[in-house]
Ligand binder design. Structure first.
Ligand code: GLN
Length: 276
């Protein structure tokens, strides 16, 4: 391995960056000025723009997530543009797509979907890909997030299928067959303890759910009945200890709790309700 590689790996390791080999390889490739993929064993310095590489490495050492440095994050079957104004789409959120597919098994069905707090647009876009005839409305209260979602929707040629609006759910008067959301749900205490990667590079607006993390669920439960069609479904992401609180919150909403799903860490993560 070249001295350049070992020296830079050491820098990442000394700064306790969790996957130094993977990250270094990504950063080298992101600053490369040659055509071929760079791998450690045949690396030559002239393959990269050294100035660019050094500045990227510095950002990683300051704990900026790789996704925010390269402005890309994979989710479900796509790669999405991301920046500090949106939450990186996370693997556990793919549970929302999985459950939607299980419930609405007719992929050609014509139905209406609402995604609340769309952020990067990852959920809305993934659902648009899975259900080719679905009509989708994606909303967010952050102007900056709307720009990111719009960028992803346009790049993926889905602007005819996904209607993007900067608004809050309170203003949605229409009704839908499926409503999905990964709302902000971290508690005051959890916010105090999040990693620097999250605190400094992801939007608090997408994370903080009020003192007990339940603000969104509380407010939305009061109006969900009018936004969901009879026979429709609500699929929500929740914090790992919010299952019983959320069951309680939605008790009087007119919806029936159907089931919960856990994420890969075996934590309660997705709740499914239906309007019978
Ligand atoms: N799962 C995210 C985290 O722990 C939180 C996402 C959210 O609040 N919607 O960083």
């Amino acid at each position: 391995m070249s001295d350049f590689i070992s020296a830079n790996l050491k820098k990442l390791k000394d700064n306790k960056i969790p996957n130094p080999e993977i990250d270094l390889r990504i950063l080298l490739n992101y600053s490369r000025c040659c055509e071929n993929e760079i791998i450690f064993s045949n690396f030559k310095r002239e393959q990269i723009d050294i100035k660019k590489f050094n500045s990227l490495l510095k950002r990683r050492i300051l704990r900026e997530p790789i996704s925010k440095i390269i402005n890309r994050k994979s989710f479900w079957k796509d790669e999405f543009y991301v920046n500090k104004f949106v939450l990186d789409p996370r693997p556990e959120t793919e549970g929302i797509i999985e459950e939607s597919i299980k419930i609405f098994n007719d992929k050609k069905a014509h139905f209406k979907i609402l995604d609340i707090g769309t952020g990067s647009g990852a959920i809305a876009i993934s659902l648009a890909r899975e259900f080719e005839n679905a009509e989708i409305v994606a909303i967010d209260i952050s102007e900056d997030a709307i720009k990111v979602a719009n960028n992803n929707i346009i790049t993926k040629n889905l602007d005819e299928r996904i209607q993007l609006k900067k608004t809050s759910f309170e203003n949605i008067k229409d009704n839908f067959d499926l409503i999905v959301s990964n709302p902000p749900y971290l508690t005051q205490n959890e916010i105090k303890n999040i990693s620097d990667e999250i605190r400094n590079f992801e939007p608090l607006l997408a994370l903080y759910g009020g003192d007990d993390g339940l603000d969104f669920y509380q407010a939305f439960s009061k109006q969900i009945n009018k936004n969901l069609k009879k026979g429709g479904y609500l699929i929500l992401e929740i914090g790992e200890s919010q299952l019983s609180d959320c069951r309680e919150i939605f008790r009087d909403s007119g919806l029936k709790f159907i089931k919960k799903e856990q994420d890969l860490q075996k934590k309660d993560r997705i709740m499914i309700f239906s309007k019978l």
